[in-house]
Design a protein around this ligand. Structure first.
Ligand SMILES: Nc1ncnc2c1ncn2[C@@H]1O[C@H](COP(=O)(O)OP(=O)(O)O)[C@@H](O)[C@H]1O
Ligand SMILES: [Mg+2]
Length: 246
């Protein structure tokens, strides 16, 4: 398991600091995660190393991890593309304060990727493809031959492609997309993610033959030893899941 330490992260407030603004301990944790991921993918021959970031449920830190890990990889000299593939509840655009559209869904519908990608975001080596207009059929789009082709083209230009995915137990998108990926990192959040949800996510990933590269233990405030009370966000997220499944 990639153990990830971060300060004050259990309160579910939007993280004000990320990438270059992270405190030393957090930045070091992402550097360690970067090293672990690069070892996990070391055997890959040619093309970009391509992995997804998912978790059992919403709000566990998938997008936060995707952004900070992408930044850590870019800072280390790798050319990185971060794709926000959570078309149902995109958040990378909000965090980075960039316009979500046009984005991935638009490229899959024919828009020019070169005019859609945000080049040099947070770091000169980091490009970002946001999610685009919310489509009625995200699973179909993500599993389409066009998506496969796009990933193939990006694979020639980048060292790493990081795909921010929706939660495993909520929708089928991560499992559908995983066929195109070298593996998936599973984020679990301290004092928030339930064991049974981890079990269920792992069961689904194994059933679909997904390679789990490792787990990120997010939001553990080292030394506090306290368990924070679950906030209203927890219930809200389950409402989100139920709505999306309906
Ligand atoms: N380690 C962390 N430290 C501080 N804030 C965090 C951390 N992980 C997640 N957050 C915050 O928690 C909220 C949910 O995280 P997010 O990455 O959007 O979750 P997900 O993509 O899994 O739904 C966001 O406001 C995010 O900024
Ligand atoms: Mg997210």
């Amino acid at each position: 398991m990639f153990k990830f330490l971060d300060k004050g992260s259990n309160k579910m407030a939007p993280a004000k600091k990320l990438a270059s603004e992270l405190d030393f301990a957090s930045a070091e944790a992402y550097n360690l995660l970067r090293t672990n991921v690069s070892f996990a993918l070391a055997g890959k021959d040619g093309g970009a190393k391509l992995f997804g970031v998912s978790s059992p449920c919403p709000q566990e830190g998938k997008s936060f991890t995707s952004i900070n890990l992408s930044y850590a990889l870019a800072k280390d000299g790798h050319k990185v593309l971060l794709i926000d593939a959570d078309m149902r509840r995109p958040s990378v655009s909000t965090v980075l304060e960039l316009s979500r559209t046009p984005g991935l869904s638009n490229v899959l519908a024919g828009a020019n990727p070169d005019e859609t990608i945000h080049y040099g975001t947070l770091h000169e080596n980091l490009d970002v493809l946001l999610s685009g207009d919310i489509p009625p059929n995200p699973s179909e789009l993500l599993g389409s031959p066009m998506m496969q082709r796009l990933i193939g083209e990006f694979g020639e230009k980048y060292d790493y492609i990081v795909v921010d995915l929706p939660p495993v137990t909520a929708v089928a998108d991560p499992l559908i997309m995983s066929k195109m990926l070298d593996g998936i990192i599973v984020v679990v959040r301290h004092a928030y993610t339930r064991k049974r949800n981890i079990r269920e996510a792992v069961r689904q990933l194994h059933f679909s033959g997904v390679r789990i590269l490792g787990f990120v233990y997010n939001g553990y405030h080292h030394g506090s030893g306290r368990y924070y009370k679950k906030s209203k966000y927890y219930r809200k997220d389950y409402a989100y899941k139920e709505n999306k499944e309906a």
